[in-house]
Design a protein around this ligand. Structure first.
Ligand code: NAD
Ligand code: IPM
Ligand code: MN
Length: 356
């Protein structure tokens, strides 16, 4: 039987609470499938670890992860440790050093998931965001000059390499071609006169290789407005690191909330393990109360299964999610229910078993 080695980094706040349920679902799937099993290795890295050791993960942390088949991550960041330290030294470090340059985030309104936009239903909100995940505004480069003087200046550099832009834009074109969907590029060339002009140019250059793909180019401010006014017009969307971050929280808000939004950090060349996570954070406001919604993490577990070559199980997970959303009785408070995190996960596993 095939064994998949999955590294689990539950992280901070609600991270461990929701990841426990994702692992529950993955174990249920492997039992039902019978053709593979999971071997989970849990790493206790995060803000508590930092407070004890002064580091977010041990110096050989990446080496320990390197040979696994996939990484499942909860959330990182907690009051008491500066966010720019905790996130940069763990989450962003893994994304960058494992060259997980594609951040694939479905923005898909499932049947019976709440949508705050009047008159919109499941068919109207069905997008795939392809967010650049290795450079751009997140390059981490810059300078802090003359600190604590009247001359103080900070510079935050955006890095847009030809290689970095080409590979993410090409990935999005390939996906659009394969799925027969339109492709929208979101940028901001009117104000960012180097980076986004370059991005737009590369988007047009690569278009020539894909005459069959219908393309659109939008400025990010207009794109934010249109995601609310006219979400149907978006199918595959490709954008920079920061714009993708912001627009996918907006995407979560129109497709059921933060409790239902997942993402995959992919190295498409499979030189390194890819990483799967809910897109929400550690939610300190509700951490420790057992009420966090685990569905985003379970969705990410579905993406992990697809990545490992089991797209039918991914489909099945989305199907069960729609069934449970429709019944309503196992939903956590963010979705109007009163179920606990673990009760929601239990119901998910039970429903998976029923259908098989
Ligand atoms: P957040 O996503 O943690 O929370 C935003 C709001 O959404 C909160 O009201 C929270 O209660 C709610 N929420 C989030 N996930 C939920 C879930 N599963 N179920 C129910 N409600 C949920 O964002 P924030 O408050 O801006 O950030 C908190 C911390 O998390 C910060 O340290 C931030 O840097 C970090 N963060 C980490 C990640 C990550 O690890 N991928 C992502 C975003 C933020
Ligand atoms: C996300 C998060 C991260 C990001 C933060 C925590 C660094 O918001 O995964 O969306 O900006 O990428
Ligand atoms: Mn974000």
């Amino acid at each position: 039987m095939k064994t998949y080695r999955v590294a689990v980094i539950p992280g901070d706040g609600i991270g461990p609470e929701v990841i426990r349920e994702a692992v529950k679902v993955l174990n249920t799937v492997s039992q039902l499938d019978g053709g593979f099993r999971f071997e989970f290795t849990e790493y206790p890295w995060g803000c508590e670890y930092y407070l004890k050791t002064g580091e977010m993960m041990p110096p050989d942390g990446l080496d320990r992860l390197r040979d696994c088949d996939a990484i499942l991550l909860g959330a990182v960041g907690y009051p008491g440790v500066p966010d720019h330290v905790s996130l940069r030294d763990l989450l962003l470090r893994i994304r960058h050093d494992f060259d997980q340059y594609v951040n694939l985030r479905p923005v898909k309104l499932l049947r019976s998931a709440p949508c705050p936009i009047k008159g919109k239903g499941p068919g109207d909100i069905d997008m795939t965001f392809i967010r650049e995940n290795s450079e751009g505004e997140y390059s981490g480069q810059g300078a802090w000059l003359y600190p604590n003087t009247p001359q103080e200046v900070v510079i935050q550099d955006g890095v847009f390499s030809r290689k970095g832009c080409e590979r993410i834009i090409r990935y999005a074109y390939e996906l659009a071609k394969r799925e027969g969907k339109s492709l929208t590029s979101v940028s901001k060339g009117n104000a960012l006169n180097y980076s986004m002009v370059f991005w737009d140019q590369i988007f047009r250059e690569i278009a020539r290789e894909y005459p069959e793909v219908e393309t659109h180019s939008l400025l990010v401010d207009a794109a934010a407005m249109l995601m609310i006014r006219n979400p149907e017009r978006f199918q595959i969307v490709v954008t920079s690191n920061l714009f993708g971050d912001i627009l996918t929280d907006l995407g979560a808000a129109i497709s059921g909330g933060m409790g239902l939004a997942a993402g995959a950090n992919l190295d498409p060349e499979r030189r390194f393990p890819s990483m799967f996570e809910p897109i929400h954070g550690s939610a300190p406001d509700i951490a420790g109360r057992g009420i966090a919604n685990p569905l985003a993490s379970i969705w990410a577990a579905g993406q992990l299964l697809e990545h490992l070559g089991h797209p039918r199980w991914y489909g099945r997970i989305l199907e069960v999610m729609e069934q449970l959303l429709t019944e309503g009785s196992s939903m956590t408070p963010d979705l109007g229910g009163s179920a606990s995190t673990s009760a929601c996960g239990d119901a998910f596993a039970a429903r998976l078993r029923q259908g098989n």
